[in-house]
Design a protein. Structure first.
Length: 89
Protein backbone atom coordinates (compact mmCIF):
# COMPACT_ATOMS: atom_id res chain seq x y z
CA UNK A 1 0.00 0.00 0.00
CA UNK A 2 1.49 3.30 -1.09
CA UNK A 3 1.41 6.31 1.14
CA UNK A 4 0.50 9.60 -0.33
CA UNK A 5 2.96 12.34 0.34
CA UNK A 6 1.66 15.64 1.52
CA UNK A 7 2.93 18.35 -0.73
CA UNK A 8 3.55 21.63 0.94
CA UNK A 9 3.07 24.80 -0.97
CA UNK A 10 6.09 27.02 -0.67
CA UNK A 11 5.26 30.25 1.11
CA UNK A 12 6.68 33.29 -0.68
CA UNK A 13 7.26 36.74 0.78
CA UNK A 14 4.32 38.41 -0.97
CA UNK A 15 1.89 35.59 -0.17
CA UNK A 16 1.27 37.15 3.21
CA UNK A 17 -0.96 40.25 3.06
CA UNK A 18 0.91 41.84 5.96
CA UNK A 19 4.14 41.82 3.93
CA UNK A 20 2.40 43.47 0.99
CA UNK A 21 1.09 46.18 3.34
CA UNK A 22 4.58 46.71 4.75
CA UNK A 23 6.12 47.13 1.31
CA UNK A 24 3.39 49.57 0.28
CA UNK A 25 3.90 51.61 3.46
CA UNK A 26 7.64 51.79 2.77
CA UNK A 27 7.00 52.92 -0.81
CA UNK A 28 4.51 55.56 0.36
CA UNK A 29 7.01 56.78 2.94
CA UNK A 30 9.77 57.03 0.32
CA UNK A 31 7.46 58.97 -1.99
CA UNK A 32 6.49 61.33 0.83
CA UNK A 33 10.12 61.94 1.82
CA UNK A 34 11.11 62.63 -1.78
CA UNK A 35 8.22 65.07 -2.12
CA UNK A 36 9.26 66.87 1.09
CA UNK A 37 12.86 67.06 -0.09
CA UNK A 38 11.55 68.93 -3.11
CA UNK A 39 10.72 71.87 -0.80
CA UNK A 40 14.28 72.04 0.56
CA UNK A 41 16.53 71.06 -2.34
CA UNK A 42 17.42 73.80 -4.84
CA UNK A 43 17.42 72.71 -8.48
CA UNK A 44 18.73 74.57 -11.49
CA UNK A 45 15.80 74.40 -13.86
CA UNK A 46 15.65 74.92 -17.60
CA UNK A 47 11.93 75.64 -17.91
CA UNK A 48 9.99 77.74 -15.37
CA UNK A 49 7.38 75.02 -14.76
CA UNK A 50 10.14 72.66 -13.60
CA UNK A 51 10.52 74.91 -10.56
CA UNK A 52 7.00 74.11 -9.31
CA UNK A 53 6.90 72.08 -6.10
CA UNK A 54 6.18 68.44 -6.79
CA UNK A 55 6.45 68.87 -10.57
CA UNK A 56 8.59 65.78 -11.09
CA UNK A 57 6.33 63.67 -8.88
CA UNK A 58 3.22 64.69 -10.77
CA UNK A 59 4.94 64.43 -14.16
CA UNK A 60 6.17 60.91 -13.39
CA UNK A 61 2.76 59.77 -12.19
CA UNK A 62 0.97 61.18 -15.24
CA UNK A 63 3.56 59.61 -17.57
CA UNK A 64 3.05 56.17 -15.97
CA UNK A 65 -0.73 56.45 -16.25
CA UNK A 66 -0.45 57.42 -19.92
CA UNK A 67 1.88 54.46 -20.58
CA UNK A 68 -0.57 52.02 -18.98
CA UNK A 69 -3.52 53.42 -20.93
CA UNK A 70 -1.54 53.32 -24.19
CA UNK A 71 -0.52 49.71 -23.51
CA UNK A 72 -4.16 48.73 -22.95
CA UNK A 73 -5.10 50.22 -26.32
CA UNK A 74 -2.12 48.62 -28.07
CA UNK A 75 -3.18 45.26 -26.67
CA UNK A 76 -6.38 45.47 -28.69
CA UNK A 77 -4.37 45.90 -31.89
CA UNK A 78 -1.57 43.42 -31.22
CA UNK A 79 -3.30 40.60 -29.34
CA UNK A 80 -3.78 37.31 -31.14
CA UNK A 81 -6.47 34.72 -30.65
CA UNK A 82 -6.13 32.39 -27.68
CA UNK A 83 -5.66 29.34 -29.88
CA UNK A 84 -3.27 31.03 -32.34
CA UNK A 85 -0.48 28.48 -31.91
CA UNK A 86 -2.87 25.52 -31.85
CA UNK A 87 -4.33 26.26 -35.29
CA UNK A 88 -3.36 23.95 -38.12
CA UNK A 89 -1.78 25.47 -41.24
Amino acid sequence: MKRKRKTRQRQYFFDKPQNVKRVLRVLYAICGVLFLIDFVYHRHVVHPWEGLWGFHVIYGFVACVILVLAAKEMRKLLMRKEDYYDMDD
